[in-house]
Design a protein around this ligand. Structure first.
Ligand code: ISE
Length: 334
């Protein structure tokens, strides 16, 4: 049994605590922490765990073997560095940290510790559809990938959601999953702003078309449209030299009624990627004893932050912006 301490007991934190307690095999939540004591106490009821309001005390708890960070992104760096110092395995929900500089601090600390400890919570790599596309690409049967056409649509977002969040909150998933899919690295970013939907507001350009070019020259377009109204709609098609591979959509029945043929579109990410979250967390638990992290690493968290910064710069400049990491990928992550 892997004894886990969970930091952050908001909605997502409670969701993960329930998952770890009721679904995942081989894990037990023994401690929870939140700066809001009431939230921690509520969450502790799900799993009968010890309650902390200080995350550093939770990390130091000798019974806690592995740390699960689900606090807000801006609060990740300190517990990440403390967990590395304590030599404990970590699952950290995305983002790894909110600035590239902080992500790099975490990468440097992990490399200096010389131990693979951190998995970043990019769950799309565990989604069945993306995995099927990756398998097809890796088979070599369709030649090299040339172009990717993707959409990331939300039915709607809160009124505090603004233009840069289309990158940091939304496209961040494509940023991680797409370079993994085609086994390549990003070179440059551009953002095209179409006409704005009537459902948006002055702080949000919606929709946006984000363009990424990889080092091998693969061109990626991602339509980010967060007030599309009709559903949570994620699509990905990879056009290769010898074929085009389209990710399957979630399977729902096709219903014929009143001279119409209809089916269901999901309306939020927790339903659309429910299985991916389960598979991701189970994999982290199963592999806690292995030397190398097979899921997204701290380096992937850093890469995502650098790419996101370039996209945000491109939103403002309207130009093609280079994507440059401050350091080369350390051998440790190769
Ligand atoms: C949210 O944080 C997510 O992670 C969703 O997958 C994304 O679709 C949404 O736009 C984000 O706000």
């Amino acid at each position: 049994m892997l004894k886990v301490g969970v930091i952050g007991c908001g909605g997502m934190g409670r969701d993960h605590i329930k998952r770890l307690t009721n679904k995942i095999q081989g894990a037990e939540v023994v401690a929870v922490s939140d700066v809001m004591e009431e939230s921690a106490k509520e969450a502790a009821k799900i799993c009968n765990a010890r309650v902390y309001t200080n995350e550093l005390e939770l990390i130091a708890d000798p019974e806690v073997e592995a740390v699960f960070i689900v606090s807000p992104g801006f609060a990740h760096t300190e517990p990440l560095l403390a967990a590395i110092e304590a030599g404990k395995r970590v699952f950290c929900e995305k983002p790894l940290a909110t600035t590239a500089a902080d992500c790099l601090k975490v990468v440097n600390a992990e490399v200096a510790a010389g131990k693979h400890l951190i998995q970043t919570g990019f769950m799309r790599r565990y989604d069945k559809g993306y995995m099927q596309v990756k398998e097809a690409l890796d088979s070599g049967n369709y030649g090299e990938p040339l172009m990717l056409h993707c959409t990331h649509r939300n039915p709607e977002v809160g009124t505090n959601y603004n233009t840069p969040m289309a990158v940091h909150d939304t496209a961040i998933h494509e940023i991680d999953v797409l370079h993994w899919l085609v086994d390549d690295e990003y070179e440059s970013a551009q953002v095209i702003m179409p006409r704005i939907t009537k459902y948006s507001h002055s702080e949000l350009n919606d929709p946006q078309i984000m363009l990424l070019r990889t080092k091998k020259g693969v061109c990626i377009d991602v339509e980010v449209f967060v007030n599309c109204k009709f559903g949570y709609d994620i699509n990905c098609e990879v056009v290769c030299e010898d074929g085009a591979i389209k990710m399957p959509e979630p399977a729902y029945p096709y219903i014929r009624k009143d001279a119409r043929l209809s089916t269901t579109i999901d309306t939020d990410c927790f339903v659309r990627f429910k299985d991916a979250y389960d598979v991701e967390v189970q994999d982290w638990v199963d592999k806690a004893g292995e030397e190398v992290i097979s899921g997204p690493t701290a380096w992937d968290g850093y890469l995502a932050a650098v790419t996101a910064d370039a996209l945000v710069k491109a939103q403002e400049s309207g130009k093609i912006e280079p994507i440059i990491t401050e350091v080369e990928k350390p051998d440790f992550y190769k």
